[in-house]
Write a protein that binds this ligand. Structure first.
Ligand code: 2AM
Length: 180
């Protein structure tokens, strides 16, 4: 089990995500600029763009080894994700891009991951998964414009630790798993 290190936090704010390759990141960022012209708000920094698979929230560092070992058993194949649907949530003023037709492999990956997290003993509130990449915060939304789809070849997923700073969120990728 991981021992707490003096000066290090004893818990981390964690989530699992699809993390874009450079060309997908560039395309997502381009779409973010375009959507910002329509809807305004605050654009997400390009280096933060991702699609959350499972959100754990504050997790004791002492449980990290068990979590990693359990997720090491996840088996899933690479797949192609088409993000073609801009959307807006009024309750949190988020503007996002998602798949109008999520591929079955995405749902299977989320389910397998949820099971692995639960088996690891980490307390976890699995909510229904709505696949989306947040592009804008504090946006007013509006008419949904027709969008050039972003093609995302998904080959891996990652575990991310997030720090909330005054100027936004900063993400550290702790580990990545290949889909094969
Ligand atoms: P959001 O972009 O829609 O806000 C890091 O905060 C990531 O975890 C973001 O993708 C965020 O989604 C997601 N997230 C934050 N809180 C969450 C929660 N309670 N349930 C599910 N996902 C959450």
């Amino acid at each position: 089990m991981a021992e707490p290190t003096p000066g290090e936090p004893d818990s981390l704010r964690l989530f699992f995500a699809l993390w874009p390759d450079e060309s997908t990141r560039t395309a997502l960022n381009h779409t973010g600029k375009w959507l910002h012209k329509h809807w305004g708000g605050r654009r997400m920094r390009a280096d933060t763009l991702h699609l959350t698979l499972a959100f754990l929230g504050r997790t004791p560092v002492a449980q990290l080894d068990a979590l990693l070992a359990s997720v090491d058993t996840v088996q899933a194949k690479p797949f192609e994700l088409t993000l073609d649907q801009p959307g807006y949530w009024k309750h949190n003023r988020i503007g996002w891009l998602g798949p109008s037709q999520p591929p079955p492999q995405l749902g299977e990956l989320v389910n397998t991951l949820n099971n692995a997290i639960q088996l690891s003993g980490v307390a976890f509130d699995a909510r229904p998964h709505v696949p989306h990449v947040t592009l804008l915060r504090n946006t007013v939304g509006g008419e949904v414009p027709a969008c050039t789809p972003v093609q995302w070849p998904v080959h891996d997923f990652v575990l991310v630790s997030s720090r909330i700073e005054t100027d936004g969120a900063y993400y550290d990728v702790i580990r990545h798993w290949l889909l094969a």
